[in-house]
Design a protein around this ligand. Sequence first.
Ligand SMILES: Nc1nc2c(ncn2[C@@H]2O[C@H](COP(=O)(O)OP(=O)(O)OP(=O)(O)O)[C@@H](O)[C@H]2O)c(=O)[nH]1
Ligand SMILES: [Mg+2]
Length: 295
Amino acid sequence: MSYKSGFIGIVGRPNVGKSTLMNAILGEKIAIMSDKPQTTRNVIRGVYTTDDAQMVFIDTPGIHKPKNKLGEFMTDAAVRTLSEVDIILFILDERADFGPGNEYILKLIEGVKTPKFLIINKIDKIEPNHFRKIYEDYDNLKVFDEIYGISAINSKNIDVLLTKIKEILPEGPAFFPKDIITDQHERLLISEIIREKTLLYLEDEIPHGIAIDILSITDVNDLISIKAEIYCEKKSHKGIIIGKEGRKLKGIGKSSRLEIEGLFGAKVYLELFVKVRENWRENNTILKNFGYYNR
Ligand SMILES: Nc1nc2c(ncn2[C@@H]2O[C@H](COP(=O)(O)OP(=O)(O)OP(=O)(O)O)[C@@H](O)[C@H]2O)c(=O)[nH]1
Ligand SMILES: [Mg+2]
């Protein structure tokens, strides 16, 4: 049997479970996830290799109406992916209304010829009647080649989805070495873990203004020492991130360290500093420094 390969774009509104789906497919966490919208900021490639196929999944930032330059970068990156893949997975969750958000994305994907799958995620918390309604409403649009109900968090129906994806992928060689699961570098993986833990400890508006800058990573005698800065947009936010007697920052540090230790299988010493940089999401130079630019 000949080898198959291709790129599969995972797109949709913020918070529908795109990154959770990609991690579930890979069986490893390479993309951070949170209950806050706009968690993913860059496209992230996850490589799923089997004996007879290589599927390169592209997790994208949630498409939303941008309120600043960071939002524009994120949405542009997601939209650009649509024209660069062999299959599009449009992810919905229980909030599958035809509101302006989903309508906008539907228009975009209608415009490309690529095979499109509709993925209704979070079926673990969708009533059967509600599921049928979503299914029928979207089926009637005649835009999608396939429709699947899945639960990314429980890895439900993912095998069925993968079988279908493989079936329609074109013949082709492996694009990545067969033992690679992501093209993200160490530095980015570390900064994303710290950002995820910071989001976990924060509420409301602050998460959107968070960025992580890794100052240094050194590895001496199997002890990895990392210095990183957590950026926020306001002085008052800095106080919240640090918390009473520094407790919140300690929690962020500890949970980040444990996950980074798991990732590298080595002891980690992590130092975190909180910095304020007003309006960084509107500043092109800073966006670039934080890695939010088109490569
Ligand atoms: N109940 C349930 N929750 C889920 C499922 N999949 C994802 N979630 C939750 O949905 C939230 C958003 O998940 P993410 O994977 O970060 O969503 P995303 O689409 O990548 O979000 P952005 O990166 O912000 O665009 C998290 O709290 C997940 O735990 C699912 O199958 N069932
Ligand atoms: Mg995401």
